[in-house]
Design a protein around this ligand. Structure first.
Ligand SMILES: Cc1cc2nc3c(=O)[nH]c(=O)nc-3n(C[C@H](O)[C@H](O)[C@H](O)COP(=O)(O)O)c2cc1C
Ligand code: SF4
Ligand code: FES
Length: 571
């Protein structure tokens, strides 16, 4: 029997880690440095990604020696740490002696930025910084600043409307930390947390909240549009402990509504969270924030600190109330982690691999417990619904649709931005009434109603109501309401190819149809004339055999081109 040397290992009773580490030995210096870098973080396996962020932020990469020490600290195998470290795009395991640049600049080349010159910005920046060992320039998918394209991020400093000059200036001035948002430190107003206080004081009962929610017709705004009250009732009916998860992963190309909401009204999200937690009886809540939103992370950290103080005050006033603990977690650059079960895996400290359903997360979610998972905007509607009544929200809308929708509008319009508009508004109305019309010199050729996933529609269909369930006949959907406008200056086939590149890059790889199918589709889409038959086969296979919505929606771009713009891809 092989002998193991476990002299360096201290396994606590009951740990799932086995004495006798496999793999690399842990150096004492690595152990000491790890302790310094991860000070204040509990050594819990579910906090693996938080630990990895500390190492990545400190060194600009993940040194193998520190990863071995981390495995020891979290009582995980080195293989488990390695597989998580290599899954997320914002982590990079490297040799202990590798030279690492102090700053990484990410330049977005996704659709809205590509239209605004993202590719030439990337090339220009690479040229300008060639030979500078302190900076690494990488291409990145959408960073949620599509309304001010092209966007980049220098270290943790988001730079909308970026140019080679503005990025170089930020680097020269050492501006690589999170930017401050204007609402940061804003004093509390009388309306902040007012509906929560009514609930705590008994002026509203949990049943009354649920009744208003039902009356409002509020649907999940993360993409699927599922009625919110149904999930609440399901979770509430389960035995505890129950959990709440707030999804702020917002990785869908062209979507920035959650960023806009958080950056301007962060307390609505926190109030909605606390109301939901109280009504469904959630013991603990997690906020999962995409890593690219460094500014919102700082804002939320400050708001949560202030909220904890407020709660300390409320505890005296409402001694019977059990307050949920709230954990703020950082994503690490994986679009698929927006899918709720992948997000839950990520919160558990694992790779973001979507789970097979059933069971649905409302029954068996985080750590196997009933979990209410919501998009942050969905929860942010709670204060308004309780203040104005559910019927008020239900009464909004056009063409028989109900509610208000936050559209992220980008591309060839005069005023790209985030607009709160009636559900059922048409694209033409959205452009004319909200986005200032098409940009000068641009005529509408086509549009994406729901980011990368929602298909591409021709200008001839600009009078359809934009809402859940209305575009299925056209092979499209609104999803997270990311509307991107294309003009006669854009090539629809190139747009579709770029979106397929995105899906291939973001596929988690666990199902073969999605892993291999997105790569094959991208290759087929390079040909001057597309092989429509093979693409149709691939489309079928991706839709039928993919575990999650990423693979199921991946064929939408090429299916749309074949259906609405066939002449673009015929020889
Ligand atoms: C590939 C993929 C990515 C997703 N990304 C997000 C996301 O970034 N934010 C989000 O709220 N929902 C996202 N979703 C939808 C979630 O799985 C889930 O439906 C949603 O968070 C539930 O909240 P809601 O009911 O409030 O919409 C994504 C789904 C898929 C399939
Ligand atoms: S469909 Fe794609 S992203 Fe979704 S689980 Fe399968 S491989 Fe992963
Ligand atoms: S920030 Fe570039 S496309 Fe969204």
């Amino acid at each position: 029997m092989p002998q193991t040397d476990d002299s360096h290992a201290v396994a606590p009773p009951g740990a799932r880690w086995r004495a006798g580490l496999k793999g690399r030995q842990v150096e004492p210096q690595a152990r000491e440095r790890l302790a310094v870098l991860c000070a204040g973080l509990e050594p819990r396996a579910d906090l693996l990604i938080e630990h990895l962020h500390r190492l990545q932020d400190a060194d600009g990469g993940l040194r193998q020696g520190l990863l071995a020490a981390l495995a020891e600290r979290l009582r995980l195998s080195q293989a488990e740490v390695h597989e998580v470290a290599t899954f997320y795009h914002h982590f990079g395991p490297v040799d202990d002696t590798a030279a690492l640049p102090a700053t990484t600049v990410r330049v977005c080349t996704s659709l809205s930025c590509a239209m605004a010159g993202g590719e030439s910005l990337l090339a220009g920046l690479r040229q300008r910084l060639a030979g500078d060992p302190a900076v690494r320039v990488v291409e990145a998918p959408c960073i949620g600043q599509c309304h001010r394209a092209p966007a980049a991020c220098a270290g943790q400093h988001q730079l909308p409307a970026a140019s080679v000059e503005s990025i170089s200036a930020a680097l020269a001035q050492g501006q690589t930390g999170p930017r401050a948002l204007p609402v940061s430190g804003a004093p509390e107003s009388a309306s902040d947390y007012a509906q929560l206080r009514r609930l705590l004081a008994g002026a509203l009962t949990p049943d009354a909240v649920l009744a208003e929610l039902k009356a409002s017709g509020l649907r999940g705004l993360g993409g699927a549009g599922f009625p919110a009250w149904r999930k609440w009732e399901t979770v509430r009916a389960q035995s505890g402990p129950r959990y709440l998860v707030v999804n702020i992963d917002e990785g869908e190309v062209g979507t920035f509504k959650d960023w806009q909401l958080l950056a301007t009204q962060p307390r609505l999200a926190l109030e909605g969270l606390l109301i939901a937690a109280r009504v469904v009886g959630a013991d603990k809540a997690w906020i999962y924030l995409r890593d690219e939103y460094h500014d919102c992370r700082v804002l939320l950290q400050d708001e949560l600190a202030a909220l904890r103080q407020r709660i300390a005050g409320w505890q005296a006033e409402f001694p019977q109330v059990a307050w949920p603990e709230i954990e703020l977690r950082r994503g690490a650059g994986a679009y698929v982690c927006g899918e709720e079960s992948a997000l839950i895996e990520s919160l558990e400290g694992k790779r973001g691999l979507p789970r097979l359903k059933p069971p649905i997360v409302a029954l068996q979610g985080l750590f196997g417990r009933p979990t209410l998972a919501h998009n942050v905007e969905t929860l942010s509607w709670l204060p308004a619904i309780l203040e104005r009544g559910g019927a008020w929200l239900a009464g909004q809308g056009r063409r028989g649709r109900s509610g208000l929708r936050r559209f992220s509008v980008s591309g060839r319009v005069k005023k790209p931005g985030c607009y709160l508009a009636p559900a059922g508004i048409t694209l033409r109305e959205l452009i004319d009434e909200y986005a200032g019309g098409m940009a000068d010199g641009h005529e509408l050729q086509a549009y994406l109603p729901g980011g990368a996933s929602g298909g591409i529609l021709p200008a001839a269909l600009a009078d359809l109501p934009l809402d859940f369930d209305t575009l299925a006949g056209q092979g499209a959907f609104v999803g997270s309401m990311a509307v991107v406008l294309l003009s006669q200056q854009d090539s629809v086939r190139e747009v579709a190819a770029g979106l397929m590149h995105f899906f291939e890059h973001e596929s988690c790889g666990q199902c073969t149809p999605c892993r291999a199918g997105t790569a094959q589709a991208r290759a087929l889409m390079q040909a001057p004339a597309w092989d429509a038959e093979r693409l149709a086969d691939l489309s079928n296979c991706l839709r039928e055999a993919s575990i999650c919505g990423l693979g199921q929606a991946a064929p939408n771009p090429f299916d749309s081109v074949l259906r609405f713009f066939p002449r673009e891809v015929q020889s």
